[in-house]
Design a protein around this ligand. Structure first.
Ligand code: PMP
Length: 350
């Protein structure tokens, strides 16, 4: 701490992302990356940008990407915002849509970035406990608020909230923004983007880091009413008028256009997840129902931190959270069949 800091900086508790180990040999099941590479068409589109094109600034509006997203979801480009990873998209939404003095509502347990953004922007919040089945209790959200945010499927549980429940939430809160963070929606859920034309208070965020295998490219997006999108654009243009570089725009647009590759990789991950769930069950784990590219599992007799440490010794890394309600769980990213087998083999020895 230093006297030069603005006063709020001393109370900031920054987000710590999952480890990115330097050892290439580890089986990496800790940060929900896709085990398969991005679409070859996306790679080719990025390669085409490398060269003389890099002399030129990118399109500040990322129109090509907005067009590709709009076509994919059957919305207008004016309903689409894009940013440097969905973390940045979420940051702009917190900044521009949740500063109403009332508490922002989100579940306890959820994505641990949300309280960090509240700290950054001085937004009060209330974290509302999940029910016994780790589900969001929609009725708890009918109270005064400055906005609502939750991931669907939730993170790190993987549990899905049905669209019908999301509609009830929207109807109970017509005067505040409901932000559905769909980082993992393509692995078994139905996107709430289907509802944006009916609910002007609905904003849906997505990322290309998971189902489109582009975590390293840093591209995220939001879809909602043009008025909500305009708020995000105003913030972006006051902050960084070129959020996406030329390679990101080209690669992300091509990834959206290559539906066949996307559907095939999602299907492979979902099939593997179902197999991993069965095998974890045989090893005595309880696994929460997952609609994501990871599973959240606990062993009734074995300590989760101990299992994580034991796996690491055998070259497999998974995620363990110290937060009390979930301290007995491990979050395990679904890998290739070979990686999943390596996980199961290692677990079998512990
Ligand atoms: N939302 C949730 C729920 C996540 O788990 C993540 C990934 N850690 C993100 C958003 C951010 O993803 P990215 O910034 O890579 O788009």
């Amino acid at each position: 701490m230093s006297k030069f800091w603005s006063p709020f900086v001393k109370d900031l508790v920054p987000y710590v992302p999952g480890e990115q180990p330097k050892l290439a040999k580890l089986v990496k099941m800790n940060t929900n990356e896709n085990p398969y590479g991005p679409s070859p068409k996306a790679v080719a589109a990025m390669q085409a940008e490398v060269g003389d094109n890099l002399r030129l600034y990118p399109d500040p509006n990322s129109d090509r990407l907005k067009q590709a997203v709009a076509e994919y979801y059957g919305v207008q480009p004016a309903q689409v915002f894009v940013g440097n990873g969905s973390d940045e998209v979420l940051a702009h939404a917190f900044h521009g849509l949740f500063q109403h003095g009332q508490p922002l509502l989100f579940p306890d347990v959820t994505y641990s970035f949300y309280p960090v953004y509240c700290g950054l922007y001085g937004i009060p919040f209330e974290a509302l406990p999940l029910d016994e089945q780790f589900q969001i209790r929609v009725e708890d959200y009918a109270r005064p608020n400055g906005g609502i945010i939750f991931p669907n499927p939730n993170a790190p549980t993987g549990c899905l909230l049905a669209l019908e429940a999301i509609e009830r939430l929207l109807q109970a809160n017509p005067d505040t923004v409901v932000l559905v963070d769909e980082a993992y929606i393509d692995f078994g859920g139905q996107s709430a983007i289907a509802l944006v034309d009916r609910y002007p208070n609905l904003l849906v965020a997505q990322t290309l880091s998971k189902s489109r295998s582009l975590a390293g490219l840093r591209v995220g997006l939001a879809v909602g009413h043009p008025d909500l999108i305009e708020a995000l654009e105003r913030i972006k243009n006051s902050f960084n008028s070129y959020p996406l570089d030329r390679m990101a725009i080209a690669g992300a647009a091509a990834a959206f256009e290559d539906r066949a590759y996307f559907e095939e990789t999602c299907r492979k991950v979902i099939d593997s997840r179902e197999q991993v769930v069965v095998e974890l069950g045989k090893l005595g784990f309880d696994v929460l129902p997952s609609a994501a590219n990871f599973v959240f599992a606990r062993h009734p007799q074995k300590d989760a931190a101990g299992i994580a440490a034991g796996l690491r010794e055998q070259g497999v890394i998974v995620r363990h959270f110290k937060q009390e309600r979930i301290a007995q769980f491990l979050r395990i990213t679904i890998g290739t069949p070979e990686q999943n087998q390596a996980l199961l083999d290692a677990l079998g020895t512990l």
